[in-house]
Design a protein around this ligand. Structure first.
Ligand code: 13P
Length: 258
C-alpha cells in the first residue's frame, strides 16, 4: 500500500461547534465515543465547546485527544470572552484555528490565524489550521488562490514545519453543513496543493503534516476521502455528534490509513 508513504497516523477530529446543551450530554457523548474508538489505530480528537472541555477531558481520561475550537493568541490580559493557550495546556492537546465560522462571525482574518498558529505551537498545542474557499470564490475560479493565501499567511510565523505538530484542514465553506461534500478528487487536489506549499517551506516537515478534509463528512462518504494519498483524516462537524457514526469514520480511517 503506497497511499501513505510518510506513515502519517490518520487524525479524525470531531468539531462539536456549539453543541450539546448540557454537561451531562457532553460527557455522555464523549464517553461513548471513547469507549468505541479507544482501541482503533487512528488518532481521534474531540473538540467540545470551551465550557465542556474540562468535564469531557475528565470523562475520556486520555483515551481520546481533546481539542479547543479556538483560542486567543495572547497569554493573558483584557480579552473578554477569550481562552488563552496557557489555560488550555493540560486540558487540550489540540486547537482548531481559523474555522470558517470564526472567520465569518467573529472577524478572524488570515493575520489573526497567523498569530494563533504560532502561539499554539509555542505553547505545545497542536494547531489544526482550517482553510478553504467560499462558494463565490469557487465560482470565480479562485479556489487555488484562496488556499494559497490562507495557508501561506497562516503558517508564516512558524520557524519550521518539522516538529511543529501542525495539521491543516481543507474545509470548503460551501461543503460545511450542507450535505454537499467535495468529491474525493477535488479534496485531493486541494490537499496536494497544500502539501506542495508546505514542501516549499520545509521538504522534510511537509510529510509530517496531517492534512484533513472537512465538509459534510459522514460514515457513507469517508472512504472516498481516506483513499486519497494526501488526505490523512477528517474534521467532522454534524456527524461527530453521533458516537456510532463518528466511530465508523474513525474505523474507516484506521482501516485505510492506520
Ligand atoms: P459538517 O461536517 O457538519 O459539514 O461540518 C464541517 C465542519 O465545519 C468541521 O469543522
Amino acid at each position: 500500500m503506497t497511499a501513505n508513504p510518510a506513515r502519517r497516523r490518520p487524525v479524525i477530529a470531531g468539531n462539536w461547534k456549539m453543541n450539546p446543551d448540557t454537561q451531562e450530554e457532553a460527557v455522555g457523548l464523549a464517553t461513548e465515543v471513547a469507549d468505541r474508538v479507544q482501541d482503533m489505530s487512528a488518532i481521534s480528537v474531540l473538540c467540545p465547546p470551551a465550557v465542556w472541555l474540562i468535564p469531557v477531558a475528565a470523562a475520556i481520561g486520555g483515551r481520546v485527544g481533546v481539542g479547543a475550537q479556538t483560542m486567543a493568541a495572547e497569554e493573558r490580559g483584557a480579552f473578554t470572552g477569550e481562552t488563552s493557550p496557557l489555560m488550555l495546556r493540560g486540558i487540550a492537546e489540540w486547537v482548531i484555528i481559523g474555522h470558517s465560522e470564526r472567520r465569518q462571525y467573529n472577524g478572524e482574518t488570515d493575520e489573526t490565524c497567523r498569530h494563533k498558529v504560532a502561539s499554539a505551537v509555542a505553547h505545545e498545542l497542536r494547531p489544526i489550521l482550517a482553510i478553504g474557499e467560499r462558494l463565490e470564490e469557487r465560482r470565480a475560479g479562485a479556489t487555488a488562490a484562496v488556499i494559497d493565501r490562507q495557508l501561506r499567511i497562516g503558517i508564516a510565523d512558524l520557524q519550521r514545519i518539522a516538529g511543529s505538530s501542525l495539521a491543516i484542514a481543507y474545509e470548503p465553506v460551501w461543503a460545511i453543513g450542507t450535505g454537499n461534500a467535495a468529491t474525493g478528487d477535488d479534496a485531493q487536489a486541494a490537499a496536494a496543493q497544500i502539501r506542495g506549499i508546505l514542501r516549499e517551506r520545509d521538504l522534510e516537515g511537509a510529510d509530517q503534516v496531517a492534512i484533513l478534509y472537512g465538509g459534510s463528512v459522514t460514515p457513507d462518504n469517508a472512504r472516498e476521502f481516506f483513499a486519497q494519498p494526501d488526505i490523512d483524516g477528517a474534521l467532522v462537524g454534524g456527524a461527530s455528534l453521533d458516537a456510532a457514526g463518528f466511530a465508523e469514520i474513525v474505523a474507516c480511517a484506521a482501516e485505510l490509513r492506520g
